[in-house]
Design a protein around this ligand. Structure first.
Ligand code: 6R9
Length: 657
């Protein structure tokens, strides 16, 4: 296999930008040390946090199913909000913790200092306690990207409540499923959200969710006044956020938490069934988020750091809120979208706030790349010194554009691979590496032991392609699926005994560097968002006219992957344009806009084995082929098909478009 050339950084003349970065030899030494003496290594790293009681036991881990456990720092005690806020007050109380950049580019940005943030977190913490929220209770957060979202997360952490943030793009049914699964006691939402000038009816969605069965656990809904829109307030359930925090003390006793006490639940899609509640605990997660944030982004005290994710996803949890704030950094909270009011928005925001570190998703880069260089080049971006990507594989062309056009060839690009389950970055180049491979997530972070296995679970050595597994634990690893530990073990540890299975495919090159190739399970990565094919299928078949549905991913220029749905209607139903639109709308209403299929093909029948299993491999090939002809044999082995004619029909209809 020939290696693509590496790309080297061109430092600005006379600049000392690279000074202080870990050099390649230093980071290699730290990596070796982290594997030689994990206890010593992580004990020292954990010292970066303020502990009420510092841990003496560092790691207690076994991936062996007969003796399974993942425990880090387990006799330590701490509070995450204290680490993210209080401990900065003495040295940087007046430093900006959050810069809020509203959706409306003409509106003023708002700076929230660490001192302001402390008072806001304390007031809400006291209000939560007054409303009966106690340690271990679950609180659902369904908010736009506004500082109150960060305040809400930290206030939960302060009183020991477990937050479950639900992305503002999810529909009432998805909110209800997530509320039901963890039996939330309280929801924090806003009247409306704003995205690209469009209003999102958050409170109305919560109202609709709470009319659905299984949501009786909710006692209180706190409503942030954001756009000022009129909303239905159902007393005594619904309370205005500003009214409940008003008059509360600006001091709030933090709940002492054991390191292994839960910090949050975040729902994510898997290959089967309903989304799983990924559970992260306090000590290990915070240590890992904070340490990776400092090392991978080469954080300095005067940085203005901007991660464009939403707090509804894990990237927002670890790298907008917990990592940056634990590190006392200035973190930008952006409410808007990359193309509003125009496609220079990202770059204008960078100039407006002097952003030095910028972290975004390949899908955004590809969409902006399509607009050409001019919208970038008319901005300065001189403040930038580091770029990062996350969420999906980045194609080398998009990587080069990001590096050359956005970063002017000056800024290292860290392509960070990780997952909701991993809590923080596991595979990434480091800024001091000097040379980078476009499209390559590169090498494991300290303490991380990736490996490749074949379908039988045998380890593969050297340059090869296989399934990506992790041989050992790291502090940020998820601890369980909320309420379903058996599902946790089945999903991640049973496929390849003794190893954590990531669900990703991966190639290792001759240098030992890792290239993530994408999901190998039934998860589609659409614009960096994980969608389970099973979820979309169940939404489609919940429509009264649908008999059966099969959903697969297909390559999409901007989104990375698109959603392709094959739908079989009940006898007598007419497959027409009106019904197609109705079904797409139905999925948006059931799950949310992010899950709406990009392509819906009517299927008189679906290819199945004689035992009745849908052969998705074949459906994927047909979807990928687009309008191209499929030569015989290109579909792979079709000998187990119950009815080969079904496939011929699908191929013919696909070509006709
Ligand atoms: C952080 C996050 C996880 C899945 C993961 C993989 C894909 C994320 C990637 C990447 C290639 C990268 N993924 N980062 N693939 N290169 N740098 O995205 O979490 O939403 O749980 O998605 O995203 O397929 O398994 P999550």
């Amino acid at each position: 296999m020939t290696q693509p050339p590496t790309v080297s950084i061109r430092p600005a003349t006379g600049s000392d930008e690279g000074a202080g970065r870990l050099s390649r030899s230093e980071s290699d030494r730290l990596y070796a040390q982290s594997l030689d003496d994990p206890d010593g290594f992580w004990r020292e790293v954990a010292g970066r946090l303020d502990w009420i009681r510092p841990p003496t036991r560092i790691r207690d881990v076994s991936f062996d199913l007969s003796d399974f456990r993942i425990r880090w720092f387990d006799d330590g005690r701490l509070n995450a909000s204290v680490n993210c806020v209080d401990r900065h007050l003495a040295t940087r109380g007046d430093k900006t913790a959050l810069i809020f950049e509203p959706d409306d580019a003409a509106a003023e940005a708002v700076h929230v200092t660490y001192r302001d943030l402390h008072a806001r977190v304390c007031r809400l913490g006291n209000a939560l306690r007054a409303l009966g929220v106690a340690k271990g209770d679950r609180v659902t957060i369904y908010l736009p990207m506004i500082p109150d979202a960060v305040v809400a997360m930290l206030a939960c952490a302060r009183v020991g409540a477990i937050h479950s943030v639900v992305f503002g793009g999810f529909a009432p049914q998805s909110i209800a499923d997530r509320v039901h699964d963890c039996a939330s006691k309280l929801i924090i939402t806003a009247d409306e959200g704003l995205r690209g000038g469009k209003r999102v009816a958050l409170k109305a969605n919560v109202d609709a969710a709470l009319r659905l069965p299984g949501t009786n656990s909710v006692e209180t809904v706190l409503v942030v006044r954001h756009t000022g829109a009129a909303v239905d307030m159902q007393m005594p359930r619904d309370r205005w956020f500003d009214a409940v925090v008003e008059g509360q003390q600006a001091q709030c006793e933090p709940e002492p938490m054991d390191a292994e006490d839960p910090l949050f639940i975040l729902y994510t899609s898997g290959s089967t069934g309903k989304p799983k509640g990924v559970l992260h605990t306090t000590g290990g997660y915070l240590t890992y988020a904070s340490y990776t944030h400092e090392v991978v982004f080469d954080l300095r005290q005067d940085d203005v750091y901007w991660c464009t994710a939403d707090v509804g996803w894990v990237t927002g949890h670890s790298y907008i809120v917990y990592g940056p704030l634990a590190n006392g950094a200035t973190s930008v909270v952006f409410e808007g979208v990359p193309h509003h009011p125009d496609v220079s928005r990202f770059w204008n925001v960078i100039d407006r706030h002097g952003v030095t570190i910028f972290y975004t998703a390949p899908t955004a880069i590809r969409a902006l790349m399509r607009e050409g260089d001019a919208p970038v080049k008319r901005t300065s971006r001189r403040s930038l010194r580091l770029l990062g990507t996350v969420g999906e594989p980045i194609n080398p062309e998009a990587w080069r554009w990001y590096f050359e056009v956005v970063g002017d060839g000056r800024c290292p690009v860290v392509d960070t691979w990780w997952q909701t389950e991993t809590g923080g970055i596991l595979i990434s180049p480091l800024p001091g590496d000097g040379a980078f491979k476009p499209g390559c997530a590169t090498r494991p972070f300290f303490g991380v032991r990736p490996a490749l296995v074949d379908a039988q679970g045998a380890l593969i050595e050297g340059a090869a392609e296989g399934n990506l597994v992790l041989l050992d634990s790291w502090p940020g690893q998820m601890r369980t699926v909320y309420g379903d530990h058996a599902r946790f073990l089945d999903t991640y540890f049973r496929t390849y005994p003794g190893m954590y299975f990531t669900g990703d495919g991966c190639r290792r090159d001759a240098d030992g560097d890792y290239w993530i190739t994408g999901r190998v399970d039934d998860v589609i990565n659409v614009s960096g968002h994980r969608i389970g094919t099973a979820e979309v299928e169940s939404a489609l078949v919940s429509h009264p006219k649908v008999a059966e549905a099969a959903v697969v991913g297909f390559p999409h220029d901007i989104k990375g992957q698109g959603i392709y749905a094959y739908v079989t209607l009940k006898a007598g139903e007419a497959a027409d344009e009106a019904l197609r639109r109705e079904l797409l709308l139905h999925v948006r209403q059931e799950i949310g806009p992010i899950a709406a299929p990009d392509h819906l093909q009517w299927a008189p029948g679906l290819p199945k084995t004689r035992s009745g299993k849908i052969m998705r491999r074949i459906l994927r090939k047909i979807a990928e082929a687009g309008g191209e002809e499929l030569a015989p044999g290109q579909l792979g082995d079709t000998s187990t098909l119950a009815d080969p004619a079904v496939v011929e029909t699908l191929v013919r209809d696909r070509r006709r478009g």
